[in-house]
Design a protein around this ligand. Structure first.
Ligand SMILES: NC(=O)N[C@@H](CC(=O)O)C(=O)O
Ligand SMILES: [Zn+2]
Ligand SMILES: [Zn+2]
Length: 434
């Protein structure tokens, strides 16, 4: 089965858009030719060839999201692997890495295999599962890293909660290093947080809420960098949100410690002072911090201190989010707004090149995690996304493919919406057929 994408605008090595024709054969990119060379040739259309005319729209490698919550097994009322995968495809993502804070926790090979089977059944995007560092993510006992790696885990993380003791983290890093697996850390010292729902600062004061201090994140980052130095593990920091964490990561990179980091779109765009009121669709972990922290995150992504963009797609039901700022669970959905949000805010406004945004969502995550993805080179898997950079519309959660509607971006007018997503040469989502 062949797929031909005509009039595809792709980013070349110089970050310039080039009009091309892409030929896909057996799920892989076969060739990319300048449109000027194929222009005179008739594109043969017979039974076995599927043709898409991209009409000059951007065709990028499918986005890779290394931090997502699919909620299955156990929390199917929030999301399933199938609805989460569809939401990812609709957002232009073709590979996603899912967190183990399910019920049961993905701390055993059986649950890991179940996640992989469900993802295969859904047949939409590539789903790469993480396994937990500790049993039940309770911080008391390590999981069986060897068995989990054999079952297909791509890394170890207790995301949702920080590993509270240094000894547990050090033991985990030693084991992971021996298996050449990364440790991915949600950095949060519980003793500094204790029930606070939002960041320390103006918003917390105004509403009489307890505040989450920046040090609760940065203390773990600093501790873990020292442990990564001691053990030699690949240490990846989840959802970086403070200038203090960034300072520590920058310094660690300078002296050659094997640390990488991610940031979420909301931490690049929103500060606590933007929260309009006591609406839990603005509640996530880490919380929205000060404008200083937002600026530090932007600059860190620009200078490479932060390597990649992830959504931390964290769906919750409307009932759960209706419990209010103090009691509602932390988390917002992310797949279906990520690219338009960042394209509108940073590329259309002229701060970033399109190439930089795409790279931070494709080839950089592939490099950091050693994935065979994130490029359009001949021979690569035909995972790609077609995006209309000119299409402008308001975010409407009612149209989400995700079960989650928990977003702070309702009504935001954004440009750069995906129109079709291809995984392994197969169209898994398109605006036309949605
Ligand atoms: N980010 C969040 O606010 N919530 C995540 C947990 C996490 O990523 O730490 C969730 O599972 O809901
Ligand atoms: Zn987390
Ligand atoms: Zn998360």
């Amino acid at each position: 089965m062949q797929l031909v994408i005509m009039n595809a605008n792709v980013l070349d090595e110089n970050g310039e858009l080039q009009l091309t024709q892409i030929t896909v054969q057996n799920g892989h990119i076969e060739k990319i030719e300048p449109a000027s060379l194929v222009g005179h040739r008739e594109t043969k259309i017979d039974g076995d060839v599927q043709v898409i005319d991209a009409e000059g729209k951007l065709v990028a490698p499918g986005f890779i999201d290394m931090h997502v919550h699919l909620r299955e097994p156990g929390f199917e009322h929030k999301e399933t692997i199938e609805t989460g995968s569809r939401s990812a495809a609709k957002g232009g993502f073709t590979t996603i890495a899912c967190m183990p804070n399910t019920r049961p926790v993905t701390d055993n090979p059986e649950t890991l295999k179940l996640v992989k089977e469900k993802a295969k059944e859904a047949g939409l995007v590539n789903v790469l599962p993480y396994a937990a560092i500790t049993k039940g993510e309770l911080g008391r006992e390590l999981t069986d890293f060897t068995a989990l790696k054999a079952a297909g885990a791509i890394g170890f993380t207790d995301d949702g909660v920080g590993v509270q003791t240094a000894q547990m983290m050090k033991d985990a890093m030693k084991l992971a290093a021996a298996l050449e697996m990364p440790v991915i850390a949600h950095c949060e010292d519980n003793s500094l947080v204790e029930g606070a729902p939002v960041a320390e600062g103006e918003f917390a004061r105004k509403h009489g809420l307890k505040g989450i201090p920046n040090e609760s994140e940065a203390i773990h980052v600093g501790r873990d960098i020292l442990l990564a130095e001691a053990t030699g593990v690949h240490y990846h920091v989840c959802h970086v949100s403070t200038e203090q964490s960034i300072r520590l990561i920058r310094q660690a990179k300078e002296i050659g410690i094997n640390v990488t980091a991610e940031v979420c779109p909301h931490h690049l765009v929103l500060a606590d002072e933007d929260i309009p009121g006591l609406d839990a669709n603005w509640k996530m972990n880490p919380p929205l911090r000060s404008r200083r922290d937002v600026v530090a995150c932007i600059e860190a992504l620009e200078d490479g201190t932060i390597d990649i963009i992830v959504t931390d797609h964290a769906p919750h039901s409307a009932e759960e989010k209706a419990k209010g700022m103090q009691l509602a669970p932390f988390g917002i959905v992310g797949f279906e707004t990520a690219f338009p949000l960042l394209y509108t805010r940073f590329v259309a406004e002229g701060r970033w090149s399109l190439e930089m945004l795409v790279r931070r969502m494709t080839s950089d995550p592939a490099r950091v995690f050693g994935l065979e993805a994130g490029s359009l080179k001949p021979g690569a898997p035909a995972d790609l996304t077609i995006i209309d950079l000119n299409e402008e519309r308001a975010v409407d959660p009612a149209t989400f493919a995700s079960k989650g509607r928990n977003t702070p971006f309702t009504g935001w007018k954004l440009k750069g919406w995906p129109v079709a997503t291809v995984v392994g040469g197969k169209i898994v989502w398109s605006e036309e057929n949605a």
